[in-house]
Design a protein around this ligand. Structure first.
Ligand SMILES: Cc1cn([C@H]2C[C@H](O)[C@@H](COP(=O)(O)OP(=O)(O)O[C@H]3O[C@@H](C)C(=O)[C@@H](O)[C@H]3O)O2)c(=O)[nH]c1=O
Length: 186
């Protein structure tokens, strides 16, 4: 059993799996292909990723893999809290360069589905935040791309001032959307 909520850009959803609490703790199906198929979402996940960000304000993104190694991502948080962002980077899409953000947390036990064709990023809102996500293609460094988190064409409202953010060198050096190789809208 899952609850699905569209987030305002095509194919981007909040998903909330049912959580059964009892005196021992809880039980939850965090992924069920049949339950998603009932909502019209059929994806073949092949890799699970897990990252720990120690500090508040760690920003990872905006990332994507180009076709033919594009990835749909199903993202959840097992400890702490993030603001997760998806940006439509399908050139020719009516919502090209638009973004949506969702707070995803261990407490809310929610997930965000970020489809292929979107750039993805998040910033941590609590220390020791652990993000776990499923992807539909394998990591491919040759297809891996970043776009600047603060590209004014996209205009994401991150909840921190730039000097409070911690980014990898790769993400600091990322190109603007206008200079990036992106997806074609089909
Ligand atoms: C993403 C990835 C990285 N790695 C390696 C490469 C590198 O040495 C190390 C850290 O990689 P990165 O700096 O790219 O990790 P990170 O910045 O956490 O990258 C991730 O960010 C979020 C926002 C996403 O959407 C993911 O798809 C992914 O791009 O892990 C893998 O082995 N497999 C993978 O799937």
């Amino acid at each position: 059993m899952v609850e699905m909520r569209p987030l305002g850009l095509p194919g981007v959803f909040e998903i909330v799996p049912k959580k059964f609490g009892d005196e021992r703790g809880f039980f939850s199906e965090t992924y069920n292909a049949q339950a998603l198929a009932r909502h019209g979402i059929e994806l073949a996940f092949v890799q699970d990723n897990h990252s720990l960000s120690a500090a508040v304000g760690v920003l990872r993104g905006l990332h994507y893999q180009l076709p033919p190694r594009a990835q749909d991502k199903l993202v959840r948080v097992v400890a702490g809290r993030i603001l997760d962002v998806a940006v439509d980077i399908r050139r020719g899409s009516p919502t090209f360069a638009q973004w949506v953000a969702l707070e995803v947390s261990a407490e809310k036990w929610n997930q965000i589905l970020v489809p292929a064709g979107y750039a993805h990023g998040f910033v941590t809102l609590e220390p020791n935040t652990e993000v776990v996500y499923k992807v539909t293609d394998y990591y491919s460094p040759e297809h891996d791309r970043s776009i600047r988190f603060d590209d004014p064409e996209i205009g994401i409202s991150w909840p921190f001032a730039p000097d409070q953010l911690r980014l990898s060198d790769k993400d600091r050096a990322a190109p603007l959307l206008a200079d990036a190789e992106v997806f074609d809208f089909e």
